[in-house]
Design a protein around this ligand. Structure first.
Ligand code: DON
Length: 344
C-alpha cells in the first residue's frame, strides 16, 4: 500500500467513525442504550411500592413482580431488559390510539370541538369532572380530554362504522399497525371488566345525555372496554411509542400508520393528560408525552428519538405504575430524551 493510499484510507476510516458517533448523538453523549435499560431494570427490580389495580378483578390476579422494559429508537433499533414477552391488558394506553384513529379520519379539530383538549386535574374516571365541565359547556367549546374516561368513551363513539364489528375492525386495526403485529383481546380481562364497568356505563350514559356521544352509548362503552382489554407486552408498547416518535411510521415494520401532520395533536394530548391528575408532575420532571394504563404499562415518547415502555403492575394512588415512572424517567434522562432540554 502506498503512502497516499494509506492516507486516503485513514481519512475514510475517520469519516466513518465520525458518522457513527453522530448517529448516536441524538440518543445522548456516549450512552449505550442497552446499558441504560439494564441499569434501570437492576435499580428498580427490588422496589416494592404500589399495588395492582383491583377494581377490575382480573387485574388483581396479574403477577406483581412482572417487570419489563423496552426502548425502540425512531430508526428501529430495539433494546430490552426483563420480561418483555408476557402480555398485560393495554387499558388506558389504548385511548391514545383510538384518539389517533379519530384524528386520522376526521382531523384534529374533531376531537377539540366535540371533546376538548384540556387537563381535568381529576381522577381518570371522575364523574364530578363531567359535571364541572358541563357547567361551562354552554358558554363555549367542550373542556374535556380524549385521554380521560368521559372523553375517551366519547372518542370511541366517534370512530365511524356501519356496526360494532366495523368500528372494532378500525380500532383493533390501528392498534395492530402501531404494534406491528396482530394483537388479541385478553378475554378474561374483557369479561372481568365488562362485569364490573358500571361506573363507565354511567359516564357513557351521561356523555350521551349531554350530547358529547351522538351514537349508541352502550356500544361505545362496550368497545371502549374491549380496547382496554387488548393484550400487549413491553416490546409492543415501545414499538407503538416509537411509531409516534418517528412521526407516524412504524420504525420496525416500516409501515406508515398515522399522517405525520396528526402526530403533534396526539402527543399534545398525552402531555396534557397522559398520567391523569399527575400529568403536570410527570411533564415537569421528564418533558415526555406519556400514557399510563391500570394494567401496569406506561409508554413515553421522545419525539424524533425513541419510544420507551415499561410494564410493571403495581400502581400509585393516581393509577400509574410506580416502577414504570421511575425507570422511564431514569432512561430518558440518561439518553437526553427531554424535548424541552434541546439537543445536547
Ligand atoms: O376505564 C377503566 O376503568 C379502565 N379500563 C382503564 C383505566 C385506566 O387504565 C386508567 N389508567 N391509568
Amino acid at each position: 500500500m502506498t503512502r497516499v493510499t494509506r492516507c486516503v484510507r485513514r481519512r475514510w476510516l475517520a469519516a466513518i467513525a465520525a458518522l457513527v458517533a453522530l448517529a448516536w448523538l441524538p440518543l445522548g453523549a456516549q450512552q449505550d442504550p442497552q446499558a441504560v435499560v439494564n441499569a434501570a431494570l437492576a435499580k428498580y427490580t427490588t422496589l416494592k411500592e404500589g399495588k395492582n389495580a383491583d377494581y377490575i378483578p382480573a387485574l388483581a390476579r396479574v403477577d406483581s413482580n412482572l417487570f419489563g422494559i423496552a426502548l425502540v429508537t425512531a430508526d428501529g433499533k430495539v433494546y430490552t431488559a426483563g420480561d418483555v414477552s408476557t402480555e398485560v391488558s393495554i387499558q388506558s394506553i389504548s385511548k391514545v390510539f383510538t384518539m389517533a384513529q379519530v384524528i386520522q379520519e376526521q382531523g384534529a379539530e374533531a376531537i377539540e370541538k366535540r371533546i376538548g383538549v384540556d387537563a381535568t386535574g381529576a381522577r381518570f374516571n371522575s364523574i364530578i369532572a363531567v359535571e364541572a365541565v358541563r357547567s361551562v359547556a354552554g358558554s363555549g367549546a367542550p373542556e374535556m380530554n380524549a385521554l380521560v374516561n368521559p372523553g375517551a368513551i366519547s372518542a370511541t363513539s366517534m370512530v365511524t362504522g356501519a356496526n360494532a364489528d366495523a368500528v372494532w375492525a378500525k380500532i383493533s386495526g390501528i392498534h395492530n399497525d402501531f404494534a406491528g403485529r396482530q394483537l388479541k383481546v385478553l378475554q378474561d380481562v374483557y369479561k372481568s371488566e365488562s362485569d364490573t364497568n358500571q361506573r363507565n356505563q354511567a359516564i357513557g350514559a351521561l356523555m350521551f345525555a349531554y350530547g358529547y356521544i351522538k351514537t349508541d352509548w352502550k356500544q361505545a362503552v362496550d368497545l371502549y372496554t374491549r380496547q382496554c382489554s387488548i393484550g400487549v407486552n413491553a416490546k409492543d408498547l415501545a414499538t407503538m411509542a416509537a411509531t409516534l416518535a418517528a412521526m407516524g411510521k412504524n420504525p420496525v415494520t416500516g409501515k406508515k400508520v398515522l399522517d405525520a401532520a396528526n402526530v403533534p395533536a396526539v402527543l399534545a394530548g398525552m402531555a396534557t393528560a397522559g398520567l391523569y391528575d399527575d400529568s403536570g408532575k410527570w411533564l415537569y420532571h421528564t418533558g415526555l408525552p406519556a400514557k399510563s394504563g391500570v394494567g401496569g404499562g406506561i409508554i413515553a415518547v421522545s419525539p424524533g428519538k425513541f419510544g420507551i415502555a415499561v410494564v410493571s403492575p403495581p400502581l400509585d394512588d393516581a393509577g400509574n405504575s410506580v416502577r414504570a415512572q421511575k425507570a422511564i424517567a431514569d432512561i430518558s434522562n440518561a439518553l437526553n430524551g427531554n424535548p424541552f432540554a434541546g439537543t445536547r
